[in-house]
Design a protein around this ligand. Structure first.
Ligand code: NAD
Ligand code: DAU
Length: 352
């Protein structure tokens, strides 16, 4: 077995589905607190799969995590669980410190207690893989080279600061206690089951619902986009072949300005589901107040994982974004299930 945390969220959910799509794969214990971002509907296709054991709980609950580790004896922990939305971290940073910093600390301590009493062979094989972000490196200028694993940490938002803190804890648990950890720092993901508070799914759904497509500031902020199944394959590769104590940057070599991303989504929608009035969805683009402290540019140098672990993304932005738009068109029931009252309250609070 492996223990996955946050496996009802966007990337964790895709990871669990992709993992179990392999009939020979080991089982997964999926520990998730089911915050607003966790959706069991994402995992509905696994209802009859006995290899998937869902547990509702918090990574910071040492009693629960200790019991799960003792009962299932997993050979690895893959930690996706986090508060992940930058805008929410600006409105309310406390949950980010609670889960991303204290939660990761408690999970590391539970893992250490379990790992330290394992028999020698299992102890040597055990891995703690921490899923992190490129945002810990701060913001790049237009002329800067992309982030490499040796860039200094310069987090700028409460979210990225909390993730940076968690990365430091993971690093320290390796250097001080020898816990066999691996860390991945990935760029912006997109794809199926993405909660519609983030740019790409928000724009797809607002476009279809005839609402404004909000662009923060001048829309020239740059992100490096990676299709989510490519991130999942990178994590599997790092888990299988990564060198303990190392960090791996994961990215798609797909730097795009936000305005271009939104225009691309509009043109894909124009061809797949034209507006009734035959106008382009781009007509709905609306410039709104910028995010405070908005990082200008992220870009990932993914040469280390390519060279050392022979991993490369499969999707280009063009193929991935088309698949993503089509997925949202094909899955109105999933969308309906996640846009609850609390989602609508968030939109009202943030965009009014
Ligand atoms: P998400 O917000 O969609 O999902 C997070 C999941 O964690 C949810 O299911 C939530 O219920 C669960 N969770 C939150 N607090 C928890 C707790 N205390 N205990 C147990 N479960 C808890 O996030 P995501 O976009 O899937 O991101 C997953 C991980 O990948 C995060 O660590 C994030 O920092 C990192 N990451 C995300 C991106 C991206 O573009 N989305 C890119 C790089 C790295
Ligand atoms: O870089 C990796 C990070 O990518 C992850 O660590 C985070 O968990 C993930 O949420 C994502 O962070 P971003 O802040 O880059 O993603 P978001 O989708 O919120 O925004 C993408 C860009 O689009 C960003 O520059 C802000 C802008 N934006 C976002 C929203 C929601 C808009 O212009 N308008 C919007 O309405």
């Amino acid at each position: 077995m492996i223990l996955v945390t946050g496996g009802a969220g966007f990337i964790g959910g895709n990871f669990v589905l992709d993992w179990l799509a392999n009939p020979k794969a080991e089982g997964i214990i999926n520990l998730d607190k089911l915050t607003y971002a966790g959706n069991l509907a994402t995992l509905a296709s696994l209802e009859k799969d006995s290899r998937h054991i869902f547990v509702h709980g918090d990574i910071g609950d040492r009693g629960l995590v200790g019991d799960l580790l003792e009962k299932y004896q997993p050979r690895a922990i893959v930690n996706f669980a986090a508060e992940s939305h930058v805008d929410r971290s600006i409105h309310g940073p406390a949950d980010f410190v609670q889960t991303n910093v204290l939660g990761t600390f408690n999970l590391l301590e539970s893992a250490r207690a379990y790992w330290s009493q394992l028999p020698a062979e299992q102890k040597a094989d055990f891995r703690f893989l921490h899923v992190s972000t490129d945002e810990v490196y701060g913001s790049l200028k237009a002329e800067d080279p992309p982030f490499s694993e040796t860039n200094p940490y310069e987090p700028n938002s409460p979210y990225s600061a909390s993730k940076a803190a968690s990365d430091h804890l993971v690093r320290a648990w390796f250097h001080t206690y020898g816990l066999p950890v691996l860390t991945t720092n990935c760029s912006n993901n997109y794809g199926p089951y993405h909660f519609p508070e983030k740019l790409i799914p928000l724009v797809i759904l607002n476009a279809l619902n005839g609402k404004p497509l909000p662009i923060y500031g001048d829309g020239q902020q740059i992100r490096d986009w990676l299709y989510v199944s490519d991130h999942c394959s990178a994590i599997r590769r790092v888990l299988e072949k990564g060198k303990i104590g190392e960090t791996y940057n994961v990215g798609g070599w797909n730097e795009k300005a936000n305005l271009d991303v939104v225009k691309t989504i509009c043109s894909v929608l124009d061809s797949l589901k034209p507006r009734a009035d035959a106008q382009s969805y781009a007509e709905q683009i609306t410039f709104v107040t910028d995010r405070p402290g908005h990082d200008r540019r992220y870009a990932i140098d993914a040469r280390k994982i390519e060279r050392d672990l022979q991993w490369k993304p499969q999707e280009t932005f063009d193929t991935g974004i088309r698949k993503t738009v089509q997925w949202y068109l094909n899955n109105p029931v999933w969308v309906e299930g996640v846009v609850s009252g609390s989602y609508r309250e968030w939109l009202q609070k943030h965009y009014q």
